[in-house]
Design a protein around this ligand. Structure first.
Ligand code: 13P
Length: 228
């Protein structure tokens, strides 16, 4: 099966010129690489840069529950689809934390995204000290009622941006819990992924959600190269 490698640029880089340079460097590496390798690469830049970037598959970092109307600051699923965006990250721990998103709201976002023809990537994962199985069960029970076509990203919050990437065995266990609850879904891993540790995860899950390392073109291209 094709592996899914998703770059979440978060609120980076800082200028339009840097965005274009980063995208061009990644595109050149990926285009050369794709002939030998079985990866779907998705770039998720900040919303404002989506219309500038052409040639690689794009994803958004969030989406509104609402279809249109008086919802200042929000972007709808149909607007994203109309721009040619294919994927959308939903329920990232940073959106849960800073935008106070609830599982109920996240579930609505999944439905809205699917109805518009976007492929949602639902992020789930425990904070430091929380019980993984319990957290996954809660996040998935609320979020996934009867939905098909959602990709699940297991992103333990304590592993994000910390260089404390999760051990492979725990990722295998998390993927089992996810599939038990959500059925035969694609599961990807995120949390301090880099070019050195990417391969170990690609042997046990369907892809990667990469933050910091996706801002370094060579490192990101090497992550994509670790797909056989
Ligand atoms: P890092 O790869 O920087 O740990 O970020 C992971 C992440 O949050 C991707 O969505």
């Amino acid at each position: 099966m094709e592996k899914l490698i998703v770059a979440n640029w978060k609120m980076n880089p800082g200028t339009q010129q840097e965005v274009i340079e980063l995208f061009d460097a990644v595109s050149r590496g990926i285009t050369r690489n794709l002939t030998q390798n079985n990866a779907e690469v998705v770039i998720c830049p900040p919303f404002i840069y989506l219309p500038l970037l052409k040639g690689l598959t794009l994803g958004a970092q969030n989406v509104s529950v609402e279809p249109k109307g008086a919802f200042t600051s929000q972007v709808s699923a149909t607007q994203l689809k109309d721009l040619g965006v294919e994927y959308v990250i939903v329920g990232h721990s940073e959106s849960r934390k800073y935008l106070h998103e609830t599982d109920e709201e996240i579930s609505k976002k999944l439905k809205t995204a699917l109805a518009a023809g976007l492929k949602p990537i639902l992020c789930v994962g425990e904070n430091e000290g929380e019980d993984r199985t319990e957290v996954l069960a809660t996040q998935l029970a609320e979020g996934l009622q009867g939905l098909l076509g959602v990709i699940i990203a297991y992103e333990p919050v304590w592993a994000i941006g910390t260089d404390k990437n999760c051990d492979t065995q725990s990722v295998v266990e998390a993927a089992k819990v996810i599939k038990k609850i959500a059925g035969d879904v694609g599961v990807i891993y995120g949390g301090s992924v880099n070019a050195e540790n990417a391969k170990q995860y690609l042997e046990v899950v369907d892809g990667l959600l990469v933050g910091g390392a996706s801002l370094k073109p060579e490192e990101f291209i090497n992550i994509v190269r670790s797909v056989d």
